[in-house]
Design a protein. Sequence first.
Length: 436
Amino acid sequence: MRAVEIIQKKRDGEPNTWEEIFFLVQGCLDKTVPRYQAAAWLMAVYFQGLNDSETAALTSAILESGTVVELPPLEERRRRIDKHSTGGVGDKTSLVIAPTVAAAGVDVPMISGRGLGHTGGTLDKLESIPGFRTDLTLSQFLQGVEQLGTCLIGQTPELAPADRFLYALRDVTATVESIPLIVSSIISKKVAEGIDGLVLDVKTGSGAFMQELEDSRWLAQALVAAGRSFGKDVVAIISNMDQPLGLTIGNALEVREAVETLKGDGPADLRELCLVLAGHMLVLGGRAADLDEGIKQAASQISSGAALERFRRVVEFQGGDPKFIDKIDHLPGAVHLYHFQVPETGYIQELRADLLGTAAMLLGAGRDQVEDRVDPAVGIELYRKVGDFISSKDRLLTLHYNEPDRLDAALPLVSRACRIAPEKPQLDPLIQDTVR
């Protein structure tokens, strides 16, 4: 079997066989297939796509490239349900959902990623907590899930190692947006970590990976179908990412907001999304008969303080100092603040999540390149959202920064992100659709 012939078939629109796809994936790992040939195949897939059989083959090949966690019989354990987001701006839901669902009696093994470009990463947020470790071994991770009901780490070398290679290659070859490649990457990792079910938060809008609703729906349907093909219970919601989620963008700022939400406060949109996602997880986990009951149970875990206490225990287990939960000044803080005022009076029509996310990245809260260093203290704090009335010279937001040069780079994007008009806009719902 020769890689060049497999590439040629896909380039010409012919399907690859399971054997050919397994050959390519294994060749990427043992280096018998050079990076340039793997890159050529990825570009061919970007343009020609993969059919259902090919997508299943690629997912299986990535899954079987490493360890697959074996679960005891269901009657001997709690159900394991994970949540995955396709990435957004200000999305700190994992920090709220994982302890909330765990406190309600469903295990949440959560392997998360880092931020790149204008979207944030759960690992970067967690690592802004002093001492918090996301680099636990697989055995430590499973111990945390067993003891606490949840643990939040980065991808381990044992789980789906082929995905690391392929994802890094996709990032530098402009092939990230391919839906079959997205599906195989996400589902292979989730199945490998040992789950019974998965709840997906597929974003749509200006700050999302898929900006058009129909594209987001297509991705959601593909993810649900792929997860179910592996025998997993899967549901996807499509949520609005035209404006940032919550009122903060940036790692320590978002941790603070997540804690406020776990204490029963926090922005209304963040709380709504967390409760809906947690509600679906409790349904899949067998703890709730329907979504309404799941939402009520999740809300009860927050109002009783059980979810916050579970988060405190997770922080301690993963080496973090939980003092910040009670005294927020134990989180990193920026040296400088810049209060951005609007030049006109009216209703906020638009707060473009992509521009504000990029501005936060330029302040140092995210990465333009994988190797960039993240500053946990910097970011953006919002005071208004779309639909709110704002007067001339009122503060719209505050930029938290440490380096003046970075502020100069971020301000033009902030200025372009907000649009104001005399009339009050009609707001789109936060939850756009549900795919089962």
